[in-house]
Design a protein around this ligand. Structure first.
Ligand SMILES: *Cc1c(COP(=O)(O)O)cnc(C)c1O
Length: 395
């Protein structure tokens, strides 16, 4: 059996997205900026894609900018808000310790350029509160950036409440909604969002395309300088095939949101119940405010990397956290922020499901993981010490 359970890293392209992309390669290949008819046909497709995103987010098409992905959208959102703040001498930014590196590393760059950043602690359930945000806002705060749902532990943040706090304080609010888009309803008006990032390859669209929503009146600073594309806010000929694929995938995901979420939640909860029944295992993040497809656990006494390799050999593609931290020996910054000790954080497993996963696959995962965890523990000197009582159990 071959199972793909790493959908938080990326997803398979949907048939709908592929079908929407195909004409853009050899038929509608004009440059949307050209005045001739082939160009205008391309411009029409671009406008249609923009309308789809606007409709699904309850925004207006003028508020939608296409980027090269979620990372670029995050970079541009934060840089734009920082530039607007600097004009008013506001250089303080509030964010959280468990943001994606596209946000955290941009904040580090902004700090080197004179901004001051406050990163909020992560409560044990993985849900930051609006009250934490309220307390962190100062007179010189120009931006709050809190992700919609965490990419490792899947916890959903109270975005609407945080948006309301920011609106009241007159501070811009950005949310990295890459993991939420296509899985949770997003209404930028109702949630008081000023800036929002999303990425198509996380909801069965193509890689290399994202969207930055910027509320009317929130001026964007260019990250990519060039031509007048995207109303001058991002230079470079638009990646029309990818943009059309992204829009089709988003439209489809939003149309089936409720049904998909209900089915995935049931699969997720079976996995959580089965995996947490393994002794000395803990679920990372609470169960209540959690993405429908996310499971993230720590098994004491094993190395996540070894677990992944053995699971891969059994046909299961999973992850220890984010794709970005694999390859480095550091444990996940998200699990550390959640308060897991280093040795526990090392034994993490993230299974992220999509609509394409089946009940049978869950049965298979639940038959394989306990066996592999048991095997690794048998070979582990750390586990041996735990079992002999030479080391205290941390889980
Ligand atoms: C994947 C991801 C990103 C980066 O998106 P790319 O399109 O791969 O650049 C940013 N934020 C979160 C939360 C993500 O999961």
């Amino acid at each position: 059996m071959k199972i793909y359970a790493d959908n938080a890293a990326t997803t398979a392209l949907s048939d709908t997205a592929l079908t929407a992309m195909m004409p853009c390669f050899q038929e509608v290949y004009g440059n949307p900026s050209s005045l001739h008819s082939p160009g205008q046909r391309a411009a029409e497709k671009l406008a249609e894609a923009r309308e789809i995103f606007a409709r699904c987010l309850n925004a207006s098409p003028r508020e939608i900018t296409f980027t090269s992905g979620g990372s670029e959208a995050d970079n541009q959102a934060l840089r734009s808000a920082a530039a607007l703040g600097a004009r008013r001498n506001q250089r303080h930014i509030v964010s959280t310790k468990f943001e994606h590196h596209a946000v955290l590393h941009t904040l580090e760059a902004l700090e080197r350029e004179g901004c001051e950043v406050t990163l909020l602690d992560i409560p044990p359930d993985g849900v930051v509160t609006a009250e934490q945000v309220r307390r962190a806002i100062r007179p010189d705060t120009c931006l709050v950036s809190v992700m919609f749902a965490n990419n490792e532990i899947g916890t959903i943040q109270p975005v609407g409440e945080i948006g309301a706090v920011c609106r009241e304080a007159g501070v811009l609010f950005h949310t990295d909604a890459v993991q939420a888009a296509g899985h949770l309803p997003i209404d930028v008006e109702a949630l008081h969002i000023d800036l929002l990032s999303l990425s198509a390859h996380k909801f069965h669209g193509p890689k290399g395309v994202g969207v930055l929503y910027a509320r009317q009146g929130v001026a964007l600073t260019n990250v990519i300088h060039g031509g007048a594309q995207e109303r001058g806010r991002r230079g470079g000929t638009e990646n029309l095939p990818a943009i059309c694929g992204a829009a089709a995938a988003f439209d489809e995901a939003c149309a089936h949101l409720k049904g998909n979420a209900a089915r995935l939640t049931a699969l997720r909860d079976r996995l959580i119940a089965g995996l947490t029944a393994i002794p000395h295992t803990v679920l990372n993040g609470g169960t209540e405010h959690r993405l429908p497809g996310n499971v993230n656990v720590c098994f004491e006494g094993i190395e996540g990397e070894s677990l992944l390799l053995l699971l891969d050999a059994k046909g299961i593609a999973a992850s220890s956290g984010s794709a970005c931290t694999s390859g480095s020996l550091d444990p996940s910054h998200v699990l550390l922020a959640l308060g897991r000790p280093h040795e526990v954080a090392h034994g993490s497993l993230r299974l992220s499901l999509s609509e394409y996963n089946t009940e049978k696959e869950i049965d298979y995962i639940l038959s394989v993981v306990p066996e592999v965890v048991g095997y690794l523990r048998e070979m582990s000197p750390v586990w041996d010490a735990l079992e002999r009582g030479e080391r205290p159990h941390l889980i």
